[in-house]
Structures are given as structure tokens and as C-alpha cells.
Design a protein around this ligand. Structure first.
Ligand code: 5AD
Ligand code: SF4
Length: 481
């Protein structure tokens, strides 16, 4: 393409961009915002990778497996690039942030990388790459020594520094005008209330990949949700690595997040409000009070336990014991009896014995989660666990523990589903079911996946459904008149 400015370039011919997303809801939202930024600059977003002039990867580094998936796909596209030399390839997100320079060295076909907190530069970088001008790596250069001091301070190993709050270049993230996200379903939306994480769980790369916690101003969040609702959104999920510490970086107390929930609960046409993720160490009375009081907040909480063993939790730098966790669950259930819990677990954390693992099994039996993500530990570069503990649980043991927890969770999920048979559920309909397009699929307030016969025009509206039968993945029902 020969052009002297992005506007010129866009006038010459449409440029088709395919963006693939890996990882968590944060990345899903970042991709929606990226699509909005790209579309606003005249790029055409396409779901068809073969037809794309540029393929961008929004990557995840949270587990080794996540990175391997991207590297495999990148390898395949690098071959395609030999056949189509004009194809542009870019890596965004956590892998770019953590390893951008190395990626550019190892994959010479890669045109550019762009770190997690620099998404506003992607349209320019893409344009420059289309002109074959640059291969640049703008990442937020978190000061490694500052991050390490913050980690030590937060884990009680060193006194906090007077200016422990780290300022990074995130001003753009609190503005509403950047949020021109392209959402596929206007009736549901993710809304970012904070970026980054300052918890430094010993296994986790997120504080290094996304930087320390930075909260958005409550007024901006409320304005964004009001705007979404005015455009037809009914179900909003607030996103943060640890929503319970929302506002702490601005010196606010543990009531900042409950106060935000109460303000959002008052928005007239909003129907459902959810949030992820809640770190058990930061759950407060104010938070539990708000959950009970706010009628739009759905009775569903992602509340990652990680392990049922106090010894393992301590080595993970999770600042709660299993008994504290169970007490929180009991208080949450007392306040909101319909509350459904989901969790993350890591099996095979360094030093995890059979007894430690058994404690996780017992905790799972006690809580009976509606759903859970179960991961095999993988050491991540820069993390305290990778540095301090050998990855000493044999692969076969990790695999066996993984299988055992999966089987237990599947049984619990099925039991929860079976309890819904005969109940009436309000369902926000998403459209035809992916597995059976003759049926409709939607979600209940408790986020159960519900499939029932109906016409596609119902997409985006609520239907009342009587549940007739249940499988481990899905509830089936009939629409009530
Ligand atoms: N190994 C395995 N699982 C991990 N997670 C985070 N880091 C690792 C790791 N190094 C899991 C945790 C977290 C979820 C998002 O990913 O369970 O809650
Ligand atoms: Fe990672 Fe812990 Fe932060 Fe969650 S709370 S993102 S597991 S460091």
C-alpha cells in the first residue's frame, strides 16, 4: 500500500483486520475496545482470517499452555506470510508486554508487538506496519525494582515505601471517549472498573503483565453504564482482577466497591449487574451488605479458592485460610440465599502433598460450587513461585489430581443443574444455540446456560422458561406464555 497518511491509506482500499482473542474476560473486553479503535480509524474488522490483510493476536500469558497456543498459531501464519508477503502480523496483550522484544527476535515475520496498557497505539502501529515502516515494541516499561518492592511490601516482608503507589501511563483508560467498543451483543457488556493487580499471588504473572492496580473514577464508570443502558444493554459485568480492592489505589476504603454497586443498582433500565473477580481476602461487611441490598446484582459470584490447604495458600501468598473462605461463603449465603459460587483451583502447586490435595477435595465438597476452572500449575517467568520453589509435583500426579477435581466438579455442576428442574427461570436470550440452531440459548441471573425452543427474534430480550431437564453443561426448558 502506498499512502502518506492513515486517512490516505484508508481511502485507497479497505484494509481487513482479523483479531483473535486468547485468555480472560479482560482480554475479551480489550479486543472489543481494540475493534472499536480500529473501526474508528477506518479499518474493516473481519471474522475471516483468510480474507484479512492483517491478523492480530490479543494474547494471554497466565499459563504456559496459553502462550503455546499463540506460538503454534503464529507459526502457522508465519508460513502463510511466506505465500502472502503483504500479510501483516501483530501480537498484542500480555505476551507482548512480557516478552515483546524476544518475540520480535524469535519471529522475524512479526511486524509489531504492543503491550497490554498501550492499546490506544494499535491503529497507528498497524498503519505503520502496513506501510512496512517499523517493527516497534511499545510496552509499559514497569520498573522491575519498583514492582519487586511493592510485592515485598504487600507480602509483609518489607515496610511499604512512602510513595509505594506506582504511577504508570494509564490516563487514557479513564476516559469514556476511548470506549467505543464493538460489542457483538448490545444487551450484554463488560465494563472495566480497574486495570492491573497488586496482589502478587506467588504463581501469577498478571501484576507483571498488566501492572499494579489502577482504578477508574466512579463517575466515569457510572456514565459508561448509563450510556450502555441507553443503547439497550441490560446485563453488565464489571471487570477487575480484584474488584474488592477497587478504589484502594486512590486511598479509598473497602466501601468504594459496594458504593459503586449501589450507584449502578439505581440505574433504571439496567436489569442485571455482575462482577469478576473477587479475592476472598478482601470481602467486607459493606460488600456483603451491598450484595443483599442491591436487587439487580445477580446471585452469582466468582470467588477463587485456589487450594483448600492453608499451607499451600500461604505459599501462594493468598492472604486467607480455608476456614476464612468457608466462613465468607456461609455469610454470603446467609445474606443472599440463592448465591451460586464458582471458583478457580490450581493443582500441583510446588510442594502440594496428597494431604494438601485432599484438603482441596474436602473444601470442594463443603462448598459445592456451581462451576469451577481447574488448572495444573505451570511456573511463570518473573513470579515468586517460579523463583523460590521447584516445580516438583510430577506431571502424572498433576494430571491425576486434575482429573479427580474435574470429575468431582462435574458431579456438583450436574447436581446444581438437576435442582433447577421444575423451576421458572428468567432468561436473557443470546440467539440460536451454537450446538442446535433450531433452539435458542441464553443465560439466567445465576448464569446458567439455558436452551429452549423459540424464534430468533427473541435475541436480546427476556423470556420466562420452565426447566424440564438438565445435563452437566446445559439446562433445557420450555418458554412460558
Ligand atoms: N499456573 C496454573 N494456573 C494459574 N493461574 C494463574 N496462574 C497460574 C499458574 N502459574 C490460574 C489461577 C487464576 C486463574 C485465572 O488462572 O487459578 O485464578
Ligand atoms: Fe493473579 Fe492473584 Fe492478582 Fe488474581 S489476585 S490476578 S491470581 S495476582
Amino acid at each position: 500500500m502506498v499512502a502518506s497518511s492513515p486517512a490516505d491509506a484508508m481511502l485507497h482500499a479497505p484494509v481487513f483486520v482479523h483479531l483473535r482473542t486468547y485468555g480472560c474476560q479482560m482480554n475479551v473486553l480489550d479486543s472489543e475496545i481494540l475493534r472499536g479503535l480500529l473501526a474508528a480509524r477506518g479499518f474493516v474488522i473481519t471474522a475471516d482470517e483468510q480474507a484479512a490483510d492483517a491478523v492480530l493476536f490479543n494474547t494471554c500469558s497466565v499459563r504456559d499452555m496459553s502462550e503455546r497456543k499463540v506460538l503454534g498459531k503464529l507459526g502457522m501464519l508465519t508460513q502463510a506470510r511466506t505465500r502472502r508477503p503483504e500479510l501483516v502480523l501483530g501480537v498484542l496483550g500480555c505476551m507482548a508486554e512480557l516478552n515483546g522484544d524476544e518475540l520480535l527476535r524469535r519471529a522475524p515475520q512479526l511486524d509489531f508487538v504492543c503491550g497490554t496498557n498501550q492499546r490506544q497505539h494499535v491503529p497507528d502501529l498497524l498503519y505503520q506496519a502496513l506501510c512496512r515502516r517499523v517493527a516497534v515494541a511499545p510496552v509499559t516499561r514497569h520498573n522491575a525494582a519498583q514492582l519487586e518492592r511493592l510485592r515485598l511490601a504487600l507480602n509483609g516482608h518489607a515496610p511499604p515505601e512512602p510513595q509505594a503507589r506506582i504511577v504508570i501511563g494509564l490516563d487514557a483508560h479513564s476516559t469514556v471517549d476511548e470506549r467505543i467498543a464493538v460489542r457483538l451483543q448490545p444487551w450484554r457488556a463488560y465494563v472495566e472498573i480497574m486495570r492491573g493487580c497488586s496482589n502478587f499471588c506467588s504463581y501469577c504473572v498478571v501484576p507483571y503483565a498488566r501492572g499494579p492496580e489502577v482504578s477508574r473514577a466512579a463517575d466515569d464508570i457510572v456514565a459508561e453504564v448509563e450510556q450502555l443502558v441507553a443503547c439497550g444493554c441490560r446485563d453488565v459485568t464489571l471487570l477487575g482482577q480484584n474488584v474488592n480492592s477497587y478504589g484502594k489505589d486512590h486511598g479509598e476504603g473497602s466501601d468504594a466497591f459496594p458504593a459503586l454497586l449501589r450507584r449502578l443498582d439505581a440505574i433504571a433500565d439496567l436489569c442485571w449487574l455482575r462482577f469478576v473477580t473477587s479475592n476472598p481476602q478482601d470481602i467486607s461487611d459493606a460488600m456483603i451488605g451491598a450484595l443483599a441490598a442491591c436487587k439487580k446484582v445477580c446471585p452469582q459470584i466468582h470467588f477463587p479458592l485456589q487450594s483448600g490447604s492453608d499451607r499451600v495458600l500461604q505459599r501462594m501468598h493468598r492472604r486467607y485460610r480455608c476456614a476464612d473462605y468457608l466462613a465468607h461463603v456461609a455469610r454470603l449465603r446467609a445474606a443472599v440465599p440463592a448465591m451460586m459460587f464458582s471458583s478457580d483451583f490450581i493443582v500441583g502447586f510446588p510442594g502440594e502433598t496428597d494431604a494438601d490435595f485432599q484438603a482441596t477435595v474436602v473444601a470442594m465438597e463443603q462448598v459445592r460450587f456451581a462451576s469451577a476452572f481447574i488448572f495444573k500449575y505451570s511456573p511463570r517467568p518473573r513470579t515468586a513461585a517460579a523463583r523460590d520453589f521447584p516445580d516438583d509435583v510430577p506431571t502424572a500426579v498433576k494430571e491425576a489430581r486434575h482429573q479427580q477435581l474435574l470429575a468431582l466438579q462435574n458431579a456438583h455442576t450436574l447436581a446444581h443443574h438437576q435442582q433447577q428442574v421444575g423451576t421458572r427461570q428468567l432468561v436473557l436470550v443470546d440467539g440460536p444455540s451454537k450446538t442446535n440452531p433450531a433452539m435458542l440459548q441464553g443465560r439466567s441471573a445465576q448464569y446458567f446456560n439455558i436452551v429452549f425452543p423459540g424464534t430468533a427474534q427473541l435475541a436480546g430480550s427476556f423470556a420466562e422458561v420452565c426447566i424440564t431437564h438438565a445435563t452437566p453443561l446445559t439446562l433445557y426448558g420450555e418458554q412460558l406464555p
